[in-house]
Write a protein that binds this ligand. Sequence first.
Ligand SMILES: Cc1cc2nc3c(=O)[nH]c(=O)nc-3n(C[C@H](O)[C@H](O)[C@H](O)COP(=O)(O)O)c2cc1C
Length: 296
Amino acid sequence: MYEPSHLAGWKLVTSAVHSKGGAIFSQLFHAGRVTHSSITGPGGPVSASPTGISGLIRTPSGKQPYEVPAELTLGQIKGVVADFRAAAERAVEAGFDGIELHAGNGYLLQSFLAQKTNTRDDDYGGASVENRARLVLEIVDACVDAIGADRGVTFSDLVEPEDDALAQLDYLGPQLAQRQLAYVCLSSLNGDPYYKFAGLPEPNFKVDPFKYFRERYSGVLAVNGGLQPQQTAAYVADGTANFAFFGVLYVANANLPELIKASAPLNYGGADASTWYGGSPDDDAKNFTDWPLTAP
Ligand SMILES: Cc1cc2nc3c(=O)[nH]c(=O)nc-3n(C[C@H](O)[C@H](O)[C@H](O)COP(=O)(O)O)c2cc1C
């Protein structure tokens, strides 16, 4: 979606979805520091501040250590806002019903939001949550201006095991409500099993992040993150959420809505993380997209 040439391919996808009565959103994201110069080309990874990631990243020539990202200049930040705006316009032109801004999972927008990856001393960083949220809100506003709030400008993954995630929610809740977006998806990686992936012995926060956010955000809210259908039904029933997103459960249950509707047993085999991103081009689908459908 970052190049006009992507539109022709996506038009085929969006029209196929619409022909079956479906709706489809395009999630827009900037990888920030979670990439490699062999993928980005000259310039390499960029982030709020030059804070690297330990470990290895998968590249076309095998796994390599992460590189220390370059800090975005103020001029480059303006360029990022313009890029998101242009991508939102292209998404609508390609037939998407809306866009979703990815503000989590350690990518660029979250590197600005989180204190530990944002040590800037300008208007986009530092101890002030308001400064750290500035880029995200500028991008929301640019996309709303370009395609309208009712097209579904949204967020995912605001809650991460960060020390200051609740302070971010305190500030972002009312700010996002004011913008009357189609929805916000709050994805919590604070619960089981995700805090374990982050290397924590127990959840970072003892509060329920969805109820916490609902007290601060009055708009349409989707919840996600380690949730079972019964839990999401309870969140909808008590007014915490308007709807829910499922990730891992979809891997081995492509007809998940029908299975949930029929209270049919679900296949939990897709939770095997070792198969998620494929090993080689020959077995990418194995245990990932090749699960047989279960009749509800
Ligand atoms: C294989 C895989 C790919 C994912 N890709 C994305 C992605 O592109 N964008 C995103 O926001 N979340 C992505 N996620 C995260 C899920 O959307 C979801 O937030 C996460 O899996 C937690 O929810 P769950 O417990 O229902 O799976 C991905 C998860 C998995 C397992």
